[in-house]
Design a protein around this ligand. Structure first.
Ligand code: CUA
Length: 338
């Protein structure tokens, strides 16, 4: 009789555990991992989830079994038998959860510590976040800057994050980690990508009107392709001309907020740059002067119905050659479009 009860209870627990496991496994709750750190975080996730499923199955099976087997009859008004404590059970249900929760804490601490290890030769990358764009600088690759992040596979990348205006947060779901960029301080995160591919970079801290479009892309490439890209880009950023101006436009993320046909951008947060000649006319200024002023002192004239105080004032501190190249590029682009 007692043996039969245990078998029934075990069967019930197995069925409940099976259903719960299916709910945990089948919908793919987590994005596919593309970094060593994400693999470790996935391990912690599954370690905790499996413990939860086992305990959940035992508790629910006992509950269902008790309600089913020990249900009172409709005319049974008697009290239940008096029950005293069971020392063995109490020790069990105190010590087992204690051991499990402690093991979760230890596993998490080990993963956190290992995820922060950079190795002796990380690729250093300075991340600048501002409304509403990401800029990535490679200090050891002749200060190469880009707004599309490129990483070599299987090498730890150590990010140093800064914010120029408000709090932003750097997130690549496939890398498994998020890190805030906070004005006035620097923060760090380490990523060792282990799958070649292209993944989204998402700002995951509400940072203003353009928060939803503050996105970029990370391309994880083989070491050979990464080195080739570094070589090629190092040469392209020198010199003047339209290519330099376009590089400044792209690297500063202008297209995140502005439409400009010449750069194939379609941002809608700020004014449509293809209409710059019209805006300049309304502002009563020559085109060149209007463009310069709109970059360094963006609130001097704001095209309606776009709100003021949205465009960052930080572009006034661009190096003069970059600013000149950008202005010439914009003038040429809108004149060419007419
Ligand atoms: Cu930057 Cu949200």
């Amino acid at each position: 009789m007692r043996r039969g009860a245990i078998v029934q209870l075990a069967l019930l627990a197995a069925v409940i555990g099976g259903i719960t496991t299916a709910v945990a496994v089948i919908p793919h709750w987590l994005p596919p991992s593309a970094a060593e750190q994400a693999d470790r975080i996935d391990f912690v996730f599954w370690y905790v989830t499996i413990i939860c499923i086992v305990i959940y199955a035992i508790v629910i099976a006992t509950l269902v079994y008790s309600a089913w087997k020990f249900r009172v009859g409709p005319d049974d008004d008697s009290d239940g038998p008096p029950i005293h404590g069971h020392t063995g059970l109490e020790i069990g249900w105190t010590s087992i959860p204690f051991a499990l929760v402690t093991s979760m804490a230890i596993v998490s601490a080990i993963v956190l510590a290992r995820n922060d290890r950079t190795g002796s030769h990380p690729l250093r990358i300075n991340v600048t976040a501002q409304q509403f764009a990401w800029t990535f600088e490679y200090p050891d690759q002749k200060k190469l800057t880009t707004n599309v992040l490129r990483l070599p596979v299987d090498r730890p990348a150590r990010f140093t994050l800064r914010a120029l205006d408000v709090i932003h947060s750097f997130w690549v779901p496939e890398f498994g980690q998020k890190q805030d960029a906070v004005p006035g301080t620097t923060t760090h995160v380490t990523v060792t990508p282990n799958e070649v591919g292209t993944y989204p970079i998402i700002c995951t801290e509400l940072c203003g009107l353009g928060h939803a479009v503050m996105r970029s892309t990370v391309v994880v490439m083989t070491k050979a392709n990464f080195d080739a890209w570094v070589n090629k880009s190092g040469k392209a950023t020198g010199g003047g001309g339209a290519a330099a101006g376009k590089a400044v436009f792209v690297n500063n993320g202008c297209g995140g907020c502005h439409t400009l046909q010449a750069a194939k951008t379609t941002g809608k947060v700020g004014p449509d740059l293809d209409k710059l000649p019209d805006y300049a006319q309304k502002a009563g200024q020559p085109l060149e002067k209007f463009i310069h002023e709109s970059i360094v002192n963006p609130d001097a004239y704001v095209e309606k119905p776009y709100p003021a105080n949205v465009m960052p004032k930080t572009f006034a501190s661009l190096p003069k050659d970059q600013l000149d190249a950008l202005e010439k590029y914009l003038v040429a682009s809108v004149k060419g479009a007419k």
